[in-house]
Structures are given as structure tokens and as C-alpha cells.
Ligand binder design. Sequence first.
Ligand code: DQA
Length: 149
Amino acid sequence: MPSILILNGPNLNLLGRREPGIYGHTTLADIEAMCATEGERLGLAVTCRQSNSEGELVSWVQEVPGRFAGLILNAGAYSHTSVALLDAARALDEPLIEVHLSNIYQRETFRQHSYVSLAATGVLCGFGARGYLMALQAMAAILADADSR
Ligand code: DQA
């Protein structure tokens, strides 16, 4: 079964009580449980990690080759600032799907640019917690396409 890594960046550990008008009431633990269930349905083994530290996220992205078939990444605010995460993402051959709960294009201009997007296979934003499930579905389709080639 292919293994997928789901990484969440800074402040996403606060989901459920952080600006619920923007990010909703679903907690990160809820999202991780939903992803495990959806992964099982899709035949994907899902590993979820969260960090507030940019360096730790970079190290986890570097773990992908050889260990995971794909990466789903919500880098939070680091999406908009981190050339280091972009460089780590660019070193991957595996598919990378970027997720944001909110529609970053409806928000402040500084959120409308993502370094991660420059290395992403695809981007999902504005679908709330459901975006992670959509990302897993997209990942399953991408991996199935690659398998059939
Ligand atoms: C976010 C959007 C970012 O701008 C913000 O800094 C976050 C969460 C999202 O999921 O909508 O922390 O990545």
C-alpha cells in the first residue's frame, strides 16, 4: 500500500479554536482521523505530522524520497515566506499537493503568493477540512495514473 505523508505547519495545531470564522470548528485531530479513514478507503497508508518549526518541516519534506509515495502539505504561513520549504519541495520527484483550508486568494495580498505552489503538482484551497480528503483523492488518482504508464 503506498504511504502518503500529510504535513501541517505553524498554528494548524490550534484548528478548532483559531479564527473559526475562517478555519472552521474542525480540529487537527479530527482532520487526521478523517484522513486515516479516507486513506483506508483509497488504499493509501497515511502518516500525519504537524510542526510550528520551519526547519522541522524542511527535514520532514526531505524524508519523503524512498519512504513516501507522495506529500500533502499545508505549510500555513510558511507557504508565503519559506524559500527553504520551496527548495526542499523542489528536490522531490514524488507528487506534492498543497492544501489551504481558506481561499487564500480572497484574503490579504501577502497570502496570495505561495512559494510552495511553485513546486506543487496541484493546489487545493478554500474547501476547509474537506480539502485534505480531496487532496488524498487526487493523490490516489495521480499514483494510479503513474502505475498504469
Ligand atoms: C492557511 C492559510 C495561511 O495563509 C495561514 O497562514 C495559515 C493557514 C490555510 O490553511 O488556509 O496558517 O494555510
